[in-house]
Each structure stands twice: as C-alpha cells, then as structure tokens.
Design a protein around this ligand. Sequence first.
Ligand code: PGA
Length: 220
Amino acid sequence: MSDFPLLVANLKANKSWDEMSAWIEEVGKNAQGYPGTIVVCPTLPFLSAAKQKIDQEGLKITLGSQDVSAFEAGPYTGEVAASQIVGLCEYAIVGHSERRGNFKEDEDTLEKKVKNTLAAGLKPIYCVPDENSPIPEGTGIVAFEPIAAIGTGEPDSPQNAQRVASVIKSNGQHTVIYGGSVNAQNARAFLKEDIIDGLLVGTDSLESAKFIAIIEAISL
Ligand code: PGA
C-alpha cells in the first residue's frame, strides 16, 4: 500500500488558528521525508486556511475532516455536507466514538454519512470499537479504536489490535489503522507484522513535538 503507514492526527475541538498554523509549520518541516501519508484533521472551520497554507508551502500533509453531515447539501442549519468540503480535504473521519457517544450517532446515521462521503469523492476513515461492529459498504479505511483505549493512556496490546485488524481484513477489502493512546513509544509495535496499516492519534497529536516523535518512530 503506497499510503503506508497512514498516520492520522485527530485534533478534535482543540487549537486556535494561530496554534494550528504553527502546528502545520512544525509538523510540515518534519513530514517531508515521511514514507507514507500524514492526514491532519483540524476543526472544520480551519480546513480552508490549512489547505492554503499547506499548498503555499508545499508541505507533505493531507487534510481530513473530523466528521461530515448525514445530510446532503440543503436546509440543514449548522451542518457541513461532504460535498462542501471536497477540494479542501481528501479524507473524513466517520463514526468516531465521541460522535457515537456524545451525539448518539447510530448505525443508520453513520451509513448515511459514509454514503455521502463516498458520493462526494472523499475517503471515509470509519471508526469501529471492535471487530463485530458493522462496516458500511464501500468503506476503504477502517480505524479500530477500542473505547477503553481512547484518551486513557492505556492502549490495546499490539497483539490484540493485530488480531482485530486481521478479522476486519478477513471480512472485506479494508485498510485497517489502530487508534487509542498511541504515542512515540508504542507506535512502532502496532505496525510490526504488516497487519495494521497505520495509526490514528488524538492526545499525542496535539503537541507538535509529540506528533513529530511519532512520525520519526514509524519512519525508521
Ligand atoms: P487518543 O485518541 O490518541 O487520545 O487515545 C484517539 C482518538 O480519539 O482517535
């Protein structure tokens, strides 16, 4: 896979634009030699300015959104339709556990989100808590994110994450990444054995130095 390792930074609802801009600059400097694809998912209003900055400076960073609407463009106040962010980003996280939990997104809603994401020409990164969670048709990238590992500092074991990734891969043609308390010390272990194709990082993506340390750890 040419994207390998796919490294996704999910910045969640963090950072001002000035902080984001500095982050892009610092990470961008350290991304040039990265063998895979680095995807940064900032808060939605920063996608446009982030894209401009990345293009102007010729950085090897790709953008993703943290979510898309289950609705297509139209009278849906406060929503952002997938078709509106095409051209600003290439990827869209769908079904993150924080969306499923805090915003009560169910399988039906998530299926619509994936459908709209694909129809718009974006690549969904579909988050699942375990190997039994349904995966909507057409999903290429699946992020295995065990709930107990998200934001807790207690990652899954690489062995279990690889086992789950194998099950997901045996059920369909998927790229599988792992997320949940990934840091510079444990990142490499998840990618060993060539079963897991990348990583999704929350907490340790926020400080550019920590994220750069992850880039370095998995570039070796
Ligand atoms: P974490 O978050 O790295 O802080 O565990 C991962 C995620 O939310 O995807």
